[in-house]
Structures are given as structure tokens and as C-alpha cells.
Write a protein that binds this ligand. Structure first.
Ligand code: PLP
Length: 422
């Protein structure tokens, strides 16, 4: 290995890292475990543990129903406002609710109803499965003859930008895309595509699951209409933590929640049988929010706000570039193929590599090297870099482990049945 590809070099990158101090703010009970799956489930901010204790013991245990008047009722919009600061939106434009999948449904139906007479829904073939299922079901339920067009990616890595621009027309009601693709990590130019959709009068619905907390999104600058995303990945909100809904201010009063519930009604404690939506974004709430898991999102958001999303982006771009350099020199000759963009401006915070023995290599990394990436069938391993706790030394060690176990074929005993969560 050359000087650049040495442990010493990786350590020198860590020594110069202005975000290095944030690692100590996360629970890392096993410092030898290299966790490269923060793009699926982020690590636990240390503060979350004391907060969980307070939520159970004091807020629930002692305050009981009174706690709704001590902040629980406003939790969806209060945490939403912090998220808005990360996403570059106005505080009143983001609210916590449900899961990403449910929020996609709510916003897709609302958007299609807001563009009557238009029947085309556009997406790409790289989108997350939930997004396809929901767009299909939303159009079927409306019964207005909508069709879902899945524009194919040219190479399975990059989004089909030219195809999407060519398909956008006066019949398009909605363009719905993942901003960062879950598999390849390709990131669209959100502002440019939003402008192109607006030029033909269509609405745009972004799934920010793999972008939020990893890179600046600047929703307001782009005049983005609608967005959803989850909080348990780069936002470090905890397993199954609620998702969020973003709606541009000017659109809020025109959009109707297709799953209206008492939590979204104007004067919810009036208990009226007729629905009247709350004037604020609360109109997109349905039922009682999960208070514990909503509250536990805040410590992760506070760390991101303290570190600054631009600084986080700069470090993750450096880490993905470093890993790609390691791939080019050390892993490409061992049959690993890059399944992520080489252009750093269109790459999120994870890098995907394919290999004919990817499943066994993934298991060998986990069980023989204490390195956790994740596997996506049939042959892709994703390596997620989380600038607040991933070190350059870990990036280097991961590449070195890949070299060792592939060159020696020591992954062969791991050609076994995979566990459900890979
Ligand atoms: C891009 C994307 N969208 C949607 C989802 C589903 O989110 P949820 O389980 O909150 O519905 C995921 C989950 O990983 C995802 O990666």
C-alpha cells in the first residue's frame, strides 16, 4: 500500500477533522466496532438515554395526562421547526407525523387532487419500493385514470435526468422522486428538477430519507412543494422514530389530508363531528403522535444543528471520496465494481460496491471483522459514512478488511443463509 493508503495517513485526516469531537457525544460501547450503517439506523446520541429516562419516569410516571399541557401537544411542530432548520425550510413548513410511507400517501393523494385533469405521475426506476407501491395505490384509489411512469435509469446508478425532463409535460400532475437514491447514493439537483416541474405546472414530492442530516437540501430556496422523509437514518432519531411532512407555505391551505383525524382538526378539543382542518400544518396530522419516539429525535437534531449541515456535508464528501480512492486502488482489482456516482456533487453519504460474492463478504465483514455495512440483493454492499461519528481510520480499516478477506477468500465459510436484516 502507498503512503496515502496507510493507517498513518487515515489518522492524519482524523487529526485535522474539525468535527472529530462529536464522536464522543454518541453511545459507542464497543469502540472496535466499525459502524458503517448510519444510513439505515443512526447511532444513539448519548443525551437520548437520559431523555428516555425522563420521559418514562417523570413525564409519563409523574406528570401523566398533565404532560400534554407541558409540551407533548406541540411536539410535532416544535421538533418539526428544528428539522426545518436542517432542511432549509420555514419553521411552519415541517411537522413530524407517522412513517415516511404513510406521509407519502397523504401528500401524493393531496397533490393529485390539487391538479385535477392531469393524469401523469412521474418517478424513476431507482426509487424506494414503498414509494412505488404508494404512488400506484394512491392513483388507483382516486380512480381518475392516473398512470405512473417509471423512467429508467441509464445505468442503475444515476437518476434519469434527461428522461425525466423529456417526460414532464402539461399532463403531469406530480413528479415524485427520492432526492438521494437508497441504493446507489445518487443525489438529484433538487432545485433544477423542481423548477422544471413548475415550468409545466406540476407539483414535486421529494423523499428526503437519505438526504436529511447528510447534506443541505435548501427546500425554500428551491421553492420545493412537498417532501417527506425518515428520522432514524442520518438524523439519528432512533429505531422507528416518526417521519416528517414538509409543505411549502403557499400550498398549505389548498392541500387536504386524505386521512383526516382529530389531531389535525381546527379546535381539536371541540370534538365536533364535522371535520375542519387546522389552519397550520397540523392539518396533516391524523392521530395521537408517539410521544417517546418523537421526543427522542431531538438530541440527534441538536447535534446536527450544532455541527452545521454544511460542515457535515464537507466531511461526508471527503469520506466518500476517500473510500472511492481506496476502491480504485485496492478493491477494483479484486472484482469490486463501484455502484455510486464518481461526481461528488451528485453523491450522498453512502457508497455502494457490487461483487459476485457480496452477500458472503457482507457477512464476513460483520462476523469476522466487526464491521457493519449493509447488503442489498443481489450483489451490493452499501457503506454509509456518518461524519459525526465515523472516523477516516474506520474508512481505511473497512477497505483494508475488504482487501484481506477477498484476497484470501476467507468469506467462503459465510456463504450461508442471510439473516432477515442485512
Ligand atoms: C428512500 C426511502 N423511502 C422510504 C422509506 C420507508 O420509510 P418508512 O419505513 O418510515 O415508511 C425508506 C426506508 O428505508 C427509504 O429508504
Amino acid at each position: 500500500m502507498t503512503a496515502t493508503f496507510s493507517l498513518d495517513h487515515a489518522r492524519s485526516l482524523d487529526a485535522a477533522d474539525s468535527l472529530a469531537q462529536f464522536r464522543a457525544r454518541f453511545a459507542i460501547p464497543d469502540p472496535l466496532l466499525i459502524y458503517l450503517d448510519g444510513n439505515s439506523l443512526g447511532r444513539q446520541p448519548l443525551v437520548a438515554s437520559a431523555l428516555a429516562h425522563d420521559l418514562v419516569e417523570r413525564q409519563w410516571g409523574n406528570d401523566l395526562i398533565r404532560a400534554w399541557n407541558h409540551g407533548w401537544l406541540e411536539l410535532p411542530e416544535r421538533i418539526g421547526a428544528k428539522l426545518a432548520a436542517i432542511l432549509g425550510a420555514q419553521p411552519s413548513e415541517v411537522i413530524l407525523a407517522d412513517s415516511t410511507s404513510v406521509n407519502l400517501f397523504k401528500l401524493a393523494v393531496a397533490a393529485l387532487r390539487a391538479r385535477p385533469g392531469r393524469t401523469k405521475i412521474l418517478t424513476d426506476d431507482l426509487n424506494f419500493p414503498s414509494d412505488f407501491y404508494i404512488l400506484q395505490e394512491a392513483s388507483a384509489l382516486l380512480g381518475q385514470g392516473h398512470t405512473l411512469e417509471r423512467i429508467p435509469s441509464p445505468d442503475g446508478i444515476h437518476g434519469p435526468l434527461a428522461g425525466l425532463l423529456a417526460a414532464l409535460d402539461e399532463d403531469t400532475a406530480l413528479l415524485s422522486l427520492s432526492h438521494t437514491i437508497y441504493r446507489s447514493g445518487f443525489t438529484y439537483d433538487l432545485a433544477a428538477l423542481t423548477a422544471a416541474a413548475h415550468a409545466v405546472g406540476a407539483l414535486v414530492l421529494w423523499d428526503l430519507s437519505h438526504s436529511a442530516g447528510a447534506l443541505p437540501v435548501n427546500l425554500s430556496l428551491a421553492r420545493a412543494d412537498l417532501a417527506v422523509g425518515c428520522t432514524y437514518k442520518h438524523l439519528n432519531g432512533g429505531p422507528g422514530s416518526p417521519a416528517y411532512i414538509c409543505i411549502r407555505s403557499e400550498l398549505q391551505s389548498d392541500l387536504h389530508n386524505p386521512i383526516p383525524g382529530w389531531m389535525g382538526r381546527d379546535d381539536m378539543f371541540g370534538f365536533q363531528p364535522q371535520y375542519a382542518p387546522d389552519p397550520s400544518l397540523r392539518r396533516f396530522l391524523t392521530g395521537t403522535p408517539p410521544i417517546f419516539s418523537s421526543a427522542l429525535i431531538e438530541p440527534g437534531l441538536d447535534l446536527i444543528l450544532e455541527a452545521g449541515i454544511e460542515n457535515i456535508r464537507a466531511k461526508s464528501a471527503a469520506q466518500t471520496a476517500y473510500f472511492i480512492d481506496l476502491w480504485e486502488s485496492l478493491l477494483k482489482p479484486l472484482d469490486f465494481a463501484l455502484q455510486s456516482p464518481t461526481d461528488p456533487t451528485s453523491r450522498g453519504a453512502h457508497v455502494a460496491l457490487s461483487h459476485p460474492h457480496a452477500a458472503a463478504i457482507d457477512q464476513a465483514l460483520i462476523h469476522a471483522h466487526a464491521i457493519i455495512p449493509d447488503f442489498r440483493p443481489p450483489n451490493v454492499i452499501r457503506f454509509g459514512f456518518s461524519p459525526l461519528y465515523t472516523t477516516f481510520e474506520e474508512v481505511f480499516r473497512a477497505a483494508r478488511a475488504l482487501v484481506e478477506l477477498t484476497a484470501s477468500k476467507s468469506y467462503i465459510p459465510f456463504q450461508i443463509t442471510l439473516p432477515k436484516v442485512t
